[in-house]
Design a binder for this molecule. Structure first.
Ligand code: CA
Length: 219
């Protein structure tokens, strides 16, 4: 899944990007409000971590513009300003959660996971769809209760499909979420990845809807 990190402080950005990457996210990083607004307006993200004090355009204005344009991704605001009025402003502008600096990176990741989970229609860290169970905290997968040994990319594909509430996902969208917009992957690479996954976890877990894309069976 793709995460957009908007943060102009390079030390914080490095820490957060590293933690998000180890949590299984493909991280896109913007360092100013203008480029953040453009990225969020034109590309698709599972979660946005947004600093408020930014060069060129402040975080609150970025968020208001996204929401006005109908961009619905979950947004976690990150700010040095811990005052309650700032929190109210952020939440009224359309933020889903708020974390004041300094923060524990573990708490940030837990909150990000909870937001992504809720956006995908799940209330707990354990997601069960048909025979598949995904533990989004441990990043592990079981089929009929039996643990599966998967690569990070294989896990990310199942994780993304599990958060779409039964929507059939086009291969191009999967490629974008697994490899990024500039990634070399295309529909063929996704087809190969799905084939590899099917050999590991069984043919019937991921269904192909010809001409439309992929969906988890039982979703
Ligand atoms: Ca800042």
């Amino acid at each position: 899944m793709r995460a957009l990190l908007v943060e102009d402080d390079s030390d914080i950005a490095d820490d957060v990007a590293r933690a998000l990457t180890s949590a299984g996210y493909l991280v896109e990083h913007a360092t100013d409000g203008e480029s953040a607004w453009f990225l969020g307006d034109t590309e698709d993200f599972a979660i946005v971590v947004l600093d408020l004090g930014l060069p060129r355009l402040d975080g609150l204005s970025v968020l208001k513009r996204w929401r006005a344009a109908g961009r619905a991704f979950p947004v976690l605001i990150l700010s040095a300003r811990g005052a309650w009025t700032e929190k109210v402003d952020g939440i009224e502008a359309g933020a889903d959660d708020y974390l004041a600096k300094p923060f524990e990176i573990g708490e940030l990741i837990a909150r990000v996971r909870a937001l992504v989970r809720r956006a995908g229609g799940h209330v707990s860290a354990q997601v069960t769809i048909g025979r598949l169970t995904l533990d989004t905290t441990r990043m592990s997968v079981a089929i009929d209760g039996a643990p599966q040994k998967l690569s990070a990319l294989e896990y990310r594909l199942l994780d993304y499909l599990a958060h779409q509430q039964g929507r059939t996902v086009p291969a191009g969208e999967l490629a974008e979420h697994l490899h990024g917009v500039d990634g070399a992957a295309d529909a063929n690479a996704i087809e190969a990845l799905v084939a590899r996954l099917r050999r590991k976890i069984g043919r019937d877990i991921i269904e192909t809807r010809r001409g439309f894309g992929y969906v988890l069976s039982g979703a």
